[in-house]
Structures are given as C-alpha cells and as structure tokens.
Design a binder for this molecule. Structure first.
Ligand SMILES: Nc1nc2c(c(=O)[nH]1)N[C@H]1C(S)=C(S)[C@@H](COP(=O)(O)OP(=O)(O)OC[C@H]3O[C@@H](n4cnc5c(=O)[nH]c(N)nc54)[C@H](O)[C@@H]3O)O[C@H]1N2
Ligand SMILES: Nc1nc2c(c(=O)[nH]1)N[C@H]1C(S)=C(S)[C@@H](COP(=O)(O)OP(=O)(O)OC[C@H]3O[C@@H](n4cnc5c(=O)[nH]c(N)nc54)[C@H](O)[C@@H]3O)O[C@H]1N2
Ligand code: SF4
Ligand SMILES: [Mo]
Length: 711
C-alpha cells in the first residue's frame, strides 16, 4: 500500500470516528431491549450500528430485528409532511392546512351523523403517554364512545382471563429473574425463541438448573426444541388439553389442598365437571396420547414449583379466554402462583402491549385499568380531566366491530394512529370495503401503509429514535425510552399530533402539554388508586432504578416484583376457577369435505406484524422476501402441491397465493402461513369474522381451508 493510500484510509477512519449516539429502545417486541444507535459520519454517507445496553430485562442483548430497526426508521419512504389525497393522489400540504381540514371534516361529520360517528383506532406500539392521551382525546376532544386498538387482536383473551381469575391483569405475575429457578415450565402456544428472542437465556438457565419444559404447539419451532416434552396438538384444542391435564392432576392428588382451601373459589365445581369428562375424548380432540398427557400432568403437578406461559397460539381463538382459564385452573389447583418461582405469564406481544392496555384505549376502559361503566371510576377520571362525569361517553365496541359499524354506516370517520388494520384484522377484504365507505379517514403513520393508502389525509409520525416516552415491557416493568434524534422534515410526535388536533377542535385547555413527561405526570394521577397504579413512578425514578414494576402506588414505593403473594385482587381476596367447556374442537366443526385442511397463522423471526417496518429493512427483508405456506410433504403430495411452488389457499372468506415450503415440522392436515405480507399474500383475507364471546378476539389461529397448485 502506498503512503498516499495509507493517508487516505487514515483520513477516512478519522472522519468515521465523528460519532453521534442516540439512546432508545427497540420499536418491536415486548422485551423492549434498550439500545444505542451509533451514527458514524463517513465520507459521502453515514453508517449506523445498534448496540445493546444493559438493563434488568434484556441485560444488554439484542436480536436481529433490533439490530436492524434503524433501517426502516431511516428509510427514504418515511413520510415527512402531511399529505392530502386529491384526485386519487397524495399531495404534500402544510400542518396548518391539515389541521384545518381535520377540524372542518370532524365537526361537519359530527354535526350531521352524531358524535359517535367519528371513531379512533389506536395501538400498543404507542408510548404510555400517547395511548393515555389518545383515550382522553376520543372522550374529551371528540366526545365519541368509539375507540379501540390493535391490542384487541393480540392479548384480549389473556387479559380477560387474568382479570376474571385473579382480579387483575399484569402479563407476568413474576419478574423474569424467577424463571431460572423454577422446576417445571409449560409453554402453551408461544414461540418465544422467534418472538422474544432475548428472553431465551432465562429459560436456558432454567434448563441448566434442571427444569422440565413442556411445549404445546401444533408445529415444531425453535421454542419447542428446548422442550423435554412437546405436545404437538391439533390447532384449537387447547381448552380440551388443559381439561385433560387437570383431570389427571386431580385424580392423582397432585393438588395443593391447603392453597385451594385458603385462596381459591370454584375448585369443587371444576373437579366435578372434570370427573365427568373422558380422557379418550381429550385424546381424540387434541391428538395427544394418554401417556404424554400423564407425563405432562404428573411432572407439573408433582414439582415443587412451576410456571405456565401462554401466548397467541392458545389465545387467538374464538374460545381463547376459555383456553387460558383452563391453564389458570391448573396453576390454581396446584397452588403454583403467588409463591417463589411459581406463577403465570401471558407473553406480551407488542412493545407496549402491556401499558397500552391499561390506560384507556380500550372501548370499555379508563386510565389505571378503570372501567368506563363504573360510576366511581368515571367520576374520578372526569375530575382529573376537569370535565363533568356526564360528559364522558359510555362504552364502545371492539376493534373489528368498529369496521362492522363503518359498513353499516353508523361510523363515518376514522382517526387511525399506528396500526395497519387492513392487513391485521380478520376478514380483511370486508375491512377494506368498510374503510372505503368512510366519509373521512385520517391515518397517522411512518409510511404509506396498506391502510394509510386508503386515507384521505396522512400525518407523519416520529419513530422510536425520535420520540421519548415510557413503555411497559413484558414483565410489567415501566421503562423510560430516552429518544432524542431530531425528527426528519416536518414529522411530529404522536402526542403532539393529538394535542394539535385537540387545539383546533377548541379543546386546548385539556391538551396543553409541552413534553411527554408532563403527560406522564397526568397519567400518574389518572391511574392513582386504580389497579394499574403508576402514581409512584416518575421519570427520575425510572432513570435511577432502570425501570419500575407496577403497581407502584406512592413515591417511596419501588415497585412490585411478584404479584398475589398474599391475596388475589378480587374483593374476597380469592382467585376463581371456572368450568371450561371441553367442546374446543373448533377445527372439527369447521373442517369439511369442502375445506379439509386447518390453517394456522403466526410469525417468523425476521419480520414484525404486518411487515410495514421490517419489509423496509434491507437486512431483514433479505432473510424472508415473501410469505410462504409450511406444509407436511405428505400433505403436499396428497394435494399436488410441490415444494417451493405457488399455491392457492382458499377459505369461505377469500383466497391468497403464496409459495409452499415443505416441512416435517408441521403436522399432517395443518398448514401454517405468517401474516407479515399484504395484498395478495395477506393471509387475513382467509380468516373468519367469528369472535371470542368474552373478549371479542378473532380466531386467527384456526381456519378451514383448501389448497391447490396455482397455475
Ligand atoms: N419475530 C417476531 N416477533 C414478534 C412479533 C412478530 O410479528 N415477529 N410480534 C410480537 C407480537 S405483537 C406478538 S402478539 C407476539 C406473538 O408471539 P407468539 O404468540 O409466540 O407468536 P405466534 O407465531 O403468533 O404463535 C405462537 C405459536 O402458536 C402456535 N399455534 C398456532 N395455533 C395453535 C393452537 O391452536 N394451539 C397452540 N397451543 N399453539 C398454536 C404457532 O405454531 C406458533 O408457533 O410476538 C411478538 N414478537
Ligand atoms: N392472521 C393473523 N393476524 C394477526 C395476528 C396473527 O397472529 N395472525 N396477530 C395480531 C396481533 S397479535 C397484532 S399485535 C396485530 C398488529 O397489527 P397492526 O397494528 O396492524 O400491525 P403493525 O404492523 O404493527 O402496524 C403498525 C403501523 O403503524 C406504523 N408505525 C410504527 N411505529 C409508529 C409510531 O410510532 N407512530 C405511528 N403513528 N405509526 C407507527 C407502522 O408503519 C405500521 O403501518 O395483528 C394481528 N393480526
Ligand atoms: S425484537 Fe424484541 S427481542 Fe428483538 S431486539 Fe427488539 S425488543 Fe429485543
Ligand atoms: Mo400482538
């Protein structure tokens, strides 16, 4: 190398060393891994590197999605100014024009169609401050009862089940620190290895310490690989499976009588019900042998400690609440909750899947997990907000049901923030049609998503690199996401957008916040005394303690690591067991000669939800560039569908075309398709509109289909 070249490289290196670093948290899953984005200024272009930062939850780890998240946030397709659709094309406009447009449209529509004609659809990827403010915005600025959010498609059944059984819903009853010490772990319908990868070391340590791991999943996944026993059940048969396990546990006296006597109600009824069901039926329903059922039940029942984790595999079912209650019955009968190394975990999905379901984005909810139908709760929150209780609207309807109201014509406007419902809701073709009927639709997004494309007006929001706020992670730990990268163009934070619109609607006095911390301080007050009590949490405390687990009722309190140690949150202090129907055989009812196969849907490691973000990240997109249908080779042969060829999948609702992927990991008779792709690959065109009666969760995990080669 010549001296000249050496000098050139040294100069380059020097220039690269000029660095900016930005602290933040990953924009994707519930682990909320803390990280730093390092921006290096080279000649001509900048380079970026994400590195993990130590914290109690992810302990400095990052997965590939976190490492590459900046690629979408810095993508050239980010929208950087408001855009109005004119003659079918989006044209950039100023914020003043955008806000005036919203004022005149919302006011006009509410005058002619009524206050409830305007709807709000939010997200669990928003910060706590924004989720809280969006709930307040719907009730105080728009005075509409119609608000719900994408969490309804995510954790609604786990939340409902925990509320019913324990009287409160914090996804994990324990901090992650307890997992390595538990003796037996049931993983029911969760694929943590691909969906919360940085949690894995907790489970790996548990295994090193001798824990026995039981996985329940119709597919073999990187998660089931760590299991000592994999119950590869039929999709949709989890309620029956839980009943079968508990029947064996009770008949073999693996129960904790003292715990049941002191802390549980409803045990006798459940035991009577189970004595009448037959294990042969359970075996037939689930496809799991009696021997395997016994092995699972006796191990969990006899170990001195145990934990059960559930996720969308058992929850996104039209009997999802019942299935989760079935597993909670097992925990309660064996006394494995509220004690060291024992407890329940509903594995939270989205980054703020926990916090965003606590502070008023749900149709029936006010901040702090208060109820919009409870007089005292209404009075308390109305006082904090400085309005009359009578002015608070009542309860609205769930996410999917809002689209039904759009179709009927009772909802005629939509304010969508941070979600892509035409790709994520069931019966996607219907949802698209319903949205097209709206008189006015505003979408707030980072990109022109498949849903935003249908909007009349798009507003540009800031990303995880730019927007400071709190996120409540998988453990129920409130964390402070410090984000300080300057926003591109005229982008605003979601909370600023909400405040600006409230202002043009004449409600400035209720929305005059200068920063996220001011909103958080009002949230603290609004949640005070509620179940999800954040009152004792301040930004300073979050910085000093590196996160705080709620409830945290006063300023001296340092948060609650383990729930239910002395009592449950129901008035009598007891947890409730419930008889669960053994019908559960959704697929039996649905599969027919016409639609002989069962389709189940879910995720792959490198993509996130509807893929609007991860498909724009070149490193992630390169790993999986298109959707696929996993199918057992013998099923493929049977239907003439070869490996790696295009296949048409049809259900009673619609059809899609994707590429086949032969795999021994999925059972014969079941096929699996991820939901990270839109348009012709949008698997939600196949999912039915049936909802869980308790929580209005769609049945994303079971649909009867037929397949044929696509010519
Ligand atoms: N890589 C990645 N990570 C993510 C996400 C992502 O999109 N991509 N999304 C985040 C979000 S919002 C969520 S909610 C979580 C979801 O996290 P998970 O719930 O773990 O993910 P899924 O793939 O939806 O489903 C989990 C497993 O359920 C199985 N399953 C399907 N049907 C059934 C059934 O009937 N019974 C049982 N027992 N199991 C069944 C599937 O085979 C799958 O392996 O992940 C979060 N993390
Ligand atoms: N078939 C099937 N369907 C499913 C599921 C399944 O397992 N199977 N899972 C369901 C689950 S668990 C979930 S959580 C839902 C998720 O469903 P969605 O909420 O529709 O999914 P996302 O892809 O996260 O959509 C987020 C949108 O907001 C934008 N965005 C990202 N960050 C920000 C921000 O900070 N501000 C704003 N304003 N916008 C932002 C993104 O660009 C994207 O367009 O899908 C559900 N749908
Ligand atoms: S996707 Fe989840 S596990 Fe991966 S870096 Fe982001 S927060 Fe962490
Ligand atoms: Mo989710």
């Amino acid at each position: 190398m010549t001296q000249l070249m050496l000098k050139y490289f040294r100069d380059q290196q020097k220039k690269l060393e000029a660095e900016n670093t930005y602290d933040t948290q990953c924009p994707f899953c519930s682990m909320q891994c803390k990280m730093q984005l390092i921006e290096q200024k080279g000649v001509g272009r900048k380079t970026y590197k994400a590195v993990g930062k130590d914290n109690p939850t992810s302990q400095g780890r990052l997965c590939i999605k976190g490492m590459n998240a900046h690629q979408h946030a810095l993508h050239r397709e980010r929208i950087t100014q408001p855009m109005l659709k004119e003659g079918g094309e989006f044209k950039p406009i100023t914020w003043t024009e955008a806000l005036n447009c919203i004022r005149s449209k919302f006011n006009g529509i509410q005058e002619t169609d009524g206050l409830n004609a305007v709807s709000v659809y939010g997200s669990a990827s928003l910060t706590n401050e924004e989720a809280y403010l969006l709930g307040k915005f719907a009730r105080v600025a728009l005075r509409t009862k119609h608000i719900d959010y994408n969490g309804r498609l995510c954790m609604a059944s786990a939340a409902t089940a925990a509320n019913q059984a324990f009287g409160m819903d914090r996804g994990f009853a324990n901090s992650l620190q307890e997992i390595p010490h538990t003796r037996c772990i049931i993983l029911a319908g969760t694929n943590i290895a691909e969906c919360q990868p940085t949690i894995m070391p907790y489970f790996e340590k548990a295994k090193e310490n001798g824990a026995y791991v039981i996985a329940i999943d119709p597919r073999e996944t990187p998660t089931t690989e760590i299991a000592d026993l994999h119950l590869k059940n039929q999709p949709g048969s989890d309620a029956a499976l839980a009943n079968g396990l508990l029947k064996i546990i009770i008949e073999n006296q693996f129960i904790d009588r003292e715990f049941i006597r002191q802390r549980v109600s409803g045990f006798d009824d459940v035991a009577r019900h189970l004595s009448a069901i037959s294990l042969e039926d359970v075996t037939e329903h689930t496809g799991i042998s009696k021997e395997d059922l016994y092995q699972a039940a006796s191990t969990f029942g006899q170990e001195e400690s145990g934990m059960i984790f559930t996720a969308r595999g058992i929850e996104q079912q039209t009997d999802g609440t019942a299935a989760v209650r079935g597993f909670l019955n097992i925990l309660l009968a064996t006394g494995k909750i509220g004690k060291p190394y024992s407890g329940y975990g509903a594995v939270t999905g989205q980054g703020n899947g926990q916090g965003a379901r606590e502070h008023g984005q749900k149709a029936d909810q006010l901040p702090g997990y208060r109820s919009i139908e409870n007089k005292e709760d209404r009075k308390y929150v109305a006082d904090v907000w400085g309005i009359k209780e009578n002015d608070l609207p009542g309860k609205g309807v769930s996410a999917y049901e809002m689209f039904e109201k759009m179709d009927e014509g009772t909802i005629t406007a939509l304010f969508l923030m941070c979600s892509n419902p035409v790709a994520s809701n069931p019966n996607a073709n219907f949802v698209k049609r319903a949205i097209k009927k709206l008189k006015f639709f505003v979408a707030v997004d980072l990109f022109i998503s498949e849903s935003a494309e249908l909007a009349d007006l798009i507003l540009p929001a800031s990303s995880y690199l730019e927007d400071q706020g709190t996120m409540t992670n998988i453990e129920g730990r409130v964390t402070l996401r410090e984000a300080s990268r300057p926003v591109p163009g005229q982008v605003k934070h979601d909370w600023q957008i909400i405040c600006d619109i409230a202002k043009v609607l004449g409600k400035e006095e209720y929305f005059s916040f200068a920063n996220a911390e001011e909103i958080f301080n009002e949230l603290r007050l609004a949640s005070k005394g509620g179940i999800a009590d954040y009152y004792g949490i301040t930004y300073n405390k979050l910085r000093n303690l590196n996160g705080v687990l709620w409830p945290c009722p006063d300023l001296e309190h340092e948060g609650t690591e383990r729930l239910f140690q002395h009592s449950f949150a129901h008035e009598d202090g007891k947890a409730k067991m419930k008889i669960i129907s053994n019908k559960a055989q959704v697929h039996k009812d649905e599969a027919s000669d016409m639609f002989p196969l069962i389709l189940t849907t879910g995720r792959v490691m490198s993509h996130y939800l509807t893929g609007e973000q991860t498909r724009r990240s070149s490193s992630l997109a390169a790993r999986e560039i298109e959707s696929c249908m996993e199918i057992h080779p013998s099923t493929g042969e049977k239907y003439g569908v070869k490996d790696k060829t295009l296949v048409k999948i049809e259900s009673s609702q619609g059809r899609i075309v994707v590429r086949s992927k032969w795999s021994n990991k999925v059972s014969k008779g079941t096929v699996f398709v991820p939901f990270h792709w839109g348009d012709t690959q949008n698997v939600n065109q196949l999912i039915s509109d049936k909802l869980d009666p308790d929580c209005r969760m769609p049945g994303f995990k079971v649909v009867a289909v037929k397949i044929s080669p696509y010519m």
